[in-house]
Design a binder for this molecule. Structure first.
Ligand SMILES: Cc1cc2nc3c(=O)[nH]c(=O)nc-3n(C[C@H](O)[C@H](O)[C@H](O)COP(=O)(O)OP(=O)(O)OC[C@H]3O[C@@H](n4cnc5c(N)ncnc54)[C@H](O)[C@@H]3O)c2cc1C
Length: 395
């Protein structure tokens, strides 16, 4: 970037956060989150909609805290890896509901690496101000784990690409203003080689968003039908037919967060509360199961700490980090199973159940624990990675 022409992105930072000690930075962030994040929204049992959590994220935007990982020059906080980890850990500790952050987590970093200056100037400021909310159009009905099989087509017509196909499982597409999508631009090339990375306005003619109701009764993700949708050729990111490289660049540092112990730790909190309410907390059979799970979570937290230290040193994570995701997600499921078992007949009831001292929702944790073994690469896919890339087993 040429300093003389650099636009002012986002809100200027109040100080150089990396100059603080880790402890001082943690205390500052924790104090802000604890003081200002609404208690009623902590540890929400489902993804919140933009209408429910926009106050918090507009506040973060106004403070210049919406993009902690982005460089200061692009309007981020410019946090070094160790500080970034602290920021995310404190968010999780306080139970802050994630927003539809694909713009911050994915589109921004991609445009910084592969975008043109014009794309950065056009798209980064509205991500920072939350004016644009992005969704991720990768998966299709016949392309999930095998994403490179995707068949949504984009054909050049004059100044535009015309996109036709269907995306599915698109998280919060009904709250999004824009979508970044992987589309096939060369049907004759080998699978990975004919794919491009494109940006489109979700309110364009030809886009139809249909929410999918899940087993918990909520509508977190959608089907998105694309019927002759036009997007200007300047919305192609990176080179034509090289979208796979762009998409792959997003699989990095953030993989560690899928293995964070926070979800199982939250599950244990619910389990202990429920056991007290059901009068089984001192039952030896229950305690045996509880302590087994507590030890598994403590062990996971220790392992996570070791990976976190690698990230904090600025080093890359190896494929063995897949183990962490399997461990975290499957331990969370075992805890959720014990929650339902401990709830007895109440384990089959939807919604909050009044247990006298407190009101709990045993099924919500059970539902919440279903999805992490699927998104971000299913458990089977993570096991394949471990088998092939770590254990060198025949594929
Ligand atoms: C909560 C949630 C949010 C999501 N949000 C988005 C989003 O915003 N945007 C988006 O594009 N996608 C999103 N997805 C989709 C997600 O990326 C896919 O569900 C995931 O990649 C799996 O693909 P699939 O559902 O087609 O299952 P499939 O790939 O059809 O897999 C079905 C089963 O077969 C197993 N399997 C598949 N291939 C292999 C193999 N080679 N070896 C062994 N077992 C295999 C899988 O592990 C799984 O158990 C989301 C999914 C969830 C659950």
């Amino acid at each position: 970037m040429n300093a003389s022409t650099t636009p002012q992105y986002g809100v200027p930072q109040a100080q150089d956060w990396n100059a603080l000690s880790d402890d001082a930075f943690r205390a500052l962030i924790r104090d802000d989150f604890e003081t200002h994040y609404p208690v009623a929204q902590r540890f929400a049992p489902r993804r919140l909609r933009w209408s429910e959590n926009h106050d918090w994220y507009l506040r973060m935007s106004a403070k210049g805290w919406i993009a902690p990982a982005w460089p200061v020059a692009f309007g981020g906080m410019g946090l070094a890896p160790s500080k970034l980890l602290i920021f995310f850990e404190e968010q999780e500790r306080c139970g802050i509901a994630r927003f539809q952050d694909h713009g911050v987590q994915m589109v921004g970093p991609v445009l910084m690496k592969f975008g043109t200056e014009a794309q950065r100037e056009r798209f980064l400021p509205p991500i920072l101000s939350c004016e644009h909310i992005w969704c991720q159009g990768y998966s299709e009905p016949n392309a999930g784990s095998d994403l490179a099989s995707l068949s949504t087509r984009a054909v050049r017509d004059g100044d535009d690409f015309v996109i036709t196909g269907q995306k599915i499982w698109t998280t919060l597409a009904h709250d999004a203003t824009h979508m970044f999508a992987l589309v096939r631009t060369d049907p004759d090339a080998k699978k990975q080689e004919g794919i491009s990375f494109m940006l489109l306005d979700i309110h364009s003619p030809g886009v139809r968003v249909r929410p999918i109701r899940d087993i918990a009764g909520t509508e977190e993700f959608c089907e998105v039908f694309l019927d002759g949708v036009r997007t200007h050729h300047t919305n192609l990111v990176g080179e034509l037919n090289r979208g796979w490289t762009v998409a792959k660049s997003l699989l990095g540092f953030e993989r560690i967060f899928l293995g964070s112990p926070k979800m199982p730790e939250y599950g244990l909190l619910v389990l202990r509360s429920l056991a007290r309410a059901r009068g089984v907390i001192d039952d030896p059979v229950f305690r045996d199961k509880l302590v087994g799970l507590e030890l598994d979570v403590a062990h996971l937290a220790d392992s996570y700490g070791q990976y976190a230290a690698t990230v904090a040193r600025g080093e890359n994570l190896g494929p063995d980090v897949s183990m962490l995701k399997i461990w975290a997600s499957e331990t969370f499921q075992r805890i959720a199973d014990l929650i339902v078992e401990t709830a007895g007949p109440f384990g089959a009831l939807a919604g909050d159940v009044d247990f006298g001292q407190e009101s709990l929702n045993p099924l919500a944790t059970f539902y919440k624990a279903r999805v992490p073994t699927i998104y971000g690469g299913s458990s089977e896919i993570q096991r394949n990675i471990l088998a092939r890339q770590v254990l060198d087993l025949p594929g």
